[in-house]
Design a protein around this ligand. Structure first.
Ligand code: SAH
Length: 487
């Protein structure tokens, strides 16, 4: 994954070139390639070529580009908006670059990123819409590959739709700002006008857009309770991704990575409600009230929760509050932490002939003397996934052993499942208490207990027993052991 603070050394902008001169110096293939790219714009091409190849001559003849048939001199660059040095002759290209710089004209030198003021992108053209892909000169092949992929994603009629949108901009500005206006545009680009354009029915598209403009039903709010998955951005579902891109507001918990929140619409309101360092966390009642308030104001809200929203996510309370307030909602499932941890460990949660049931628990219900049902299931062979189990690891292990589960039962522990920073540990129920004292585990931790764990792949895991502390009451000793192993 790229570091999230990676900075672009070249910042993409779209430059106005309509009617402006763009000078290209060169006779051959490189000059022709730049000329073809620039011919997608309405700039006036000025090609300085004293000995043009036949391909370049054909291009000039068919596009009406201006040709200067003379040995290059600085005066040829005069009044150009951009300059391309594409002669392939290093000394000449350098001279062109120096001249351009002296005239304060940005210059691009083919195959010499160090001499370039700007880079040319790989371009997906649906004028007036353009997607420009840049790699700062590092990977033209990569840029072309991405171009191919993006090109396939975008409808060929996108440009026509954008042109129609431009013709509606003034009318749309008369709509009240905020949700109403935003809804007009999202219906415009995803609803009837877009479909009509796709079918080539321009008049119909125009009519459909007019209809959207005059619709005056109040904007209905909607809350999507969305699972963000265990942390890896590409474990988000496509539906979650779409809803994020449409959301007016994103309300998210502490375990949801910023990178996933950042996939939301750029101007969406982003409301953190979970405990993060230096951040106030809201009570469940406050969160319920916030969702209702946003819904009543007509917002499309994504309520992002880590993993699956219906697994230890307090979604039950939020759904009840929304139902009570008459605010519409839906639930979008996500990959829960137990599944991500099992995948990281190649651990079969059900295993033919060994176990056919599975328990999701927190271990926080092990109070008093009576064993909860899940503990009985564990004893009868179910695979147990313990959420939020680090602080109660000793209690869980002790009570299960006391109740009759073998101390040798296999245990797998994953910190930061699905992320590059993941750590895997394996051991037995007898080793599990050591988890509590480990100060080196700072991320979320999933514990999986049961005979099926024996089917996992232990090649990339560390033994839990390395941290086994016989005296669980003595935290100092345990963390000294932990540190000893770490260093
Ligand atoms: N709704 C979430 C669970 C929220 S409870 C889900 O379905 O996954 C929070 C607990 O989930 C954490 O204490 C930890 O036990 C577990 N968890 C969440 N993300 C995790 C991850 N990436 N790796 C390991 N455990 C994780």
């Amino acid at each position: 994954m790229p570091p999230t603070n990676a900075k672009l050394n070249a910042f993409p902008v779209f430059m106005r070139v309509d009617g402006e001169a763009v000078a290209i110096v060169g006779n051959g293939e490189a000059a022709l390639a730049k000329a073809r790219l620039l011919a997608q714009s309405s700039a006036v091409l000025r090609i300085i070529a004293d000995n043009a190849s036949s391909g370049l001559l054909d291009f000039i003849a068919s596009t009406g580009a201006v040709r200067i048939e003379a040995a290059y001199e600085a005066a040829h660059l005069r009044d150009a908006a951009l300059v391309f040095a594409a002669s392939g002759d290093e000394a000449l290209d350098r001279r062109v670059a120096e001249d351009a710089r002296r005239l304060s004209i940005p210059v691009n030198v083919v195959d010499r990123p160090e001499l370039c003021d700007f880079f040319t992108p790989a371009l997906v053209n649906r004028a007036p819409v353009a997607v420009a892909i840049g790699t700062e000169g590092a990977g033209p092949v990569l840029a072309q590959m991405l171009r191919g992929r993006i090109d396939r994603m975008l409808s060929p009629s996108l440009g026509r739709l954008a042109a129609l949108a431009a013709s509606f901009r003034t009318a749309a500005e008369k709509l009240p700002k905020g949700n109403r206006r935003r809804r007009f545009w999202s219906d415009f680009f995803a609803g009837a006008p877009a479909k009509a354009i796709e079918a080539g029915e321009l008049a119909e598209a125009h009519g459909a857009a007019l209809e959207l403009l005059t619709q005056d039903a109040p904007v209905e709010g909607h809350i999507a309770l969305v699972g963000a998955g265990p942390g890896a951005e590409d474990l988000l579902t496509l539906r979650a991704h779409r809803l994020l891109m449409e959301a007016d507001a994103i309300v998210y918990d502490a375990l949801v990575p910023e990178a996933i929140v950042a996939m939301g619409r750029r101007d969406a309101e982003r409301l953190p409600v979970g405990k993060r360092k230096g951040c106030h966390s809201k009570s469940q009642e406050e969160i319920n009230a916030l969702l209702i308030e946003l819904g009543r104001a007509g917002s499309k809200v994504v309520r992002l929760k880590s993993g699956d929203p219906l697994v230890f996510g307090r979604a039950g309370e939020e759904m009840a509050a929304l139902r009570g307030a008459g605010v519409a909602y839906e639930v979008v499932p996500g990959v829960t932490a137990a599944f991500a941890a099992a995948a990281d460990f190649e651990l079969p949660l059900t295993l033919r002939g060994v176990t056919s049931s599975m328990v999701f628990t927190t271990g926080h219900d092990l109070k008093g003397n009576s064993l909860p049902d899940w503990a009985k299931l564990a004893i009868s062979g179910a695979t147990v996934a313990v959420y939020m189990g680090r602080s109660v690891a000793a209690e869980v292990a002790g009570r299960l052993i006391e109740a009759g589960l073998s101390p040798d039962t296999a245990v797998a522990v994953v910190e930061n499942a699905s992320l590059g920073t993941r750590r895997r540990f394996h051991g037995t129920l007898a080793d599990l208490p050591s988890l509590e004292a480990r100060a080196d585990l700072t991320g979320p931790v999933m514990t999986i207990i049961g005979d099926a764990v024996a089917g996992a792949n232990f090649e990339r895991s560390e033994p839990l027993a390395a941290h086994r502390c016989e005296d669980t009451g003595h935290e100092g000793a345990a963390s000294a052991v932990a540190q000893g192993v770490e260093q």
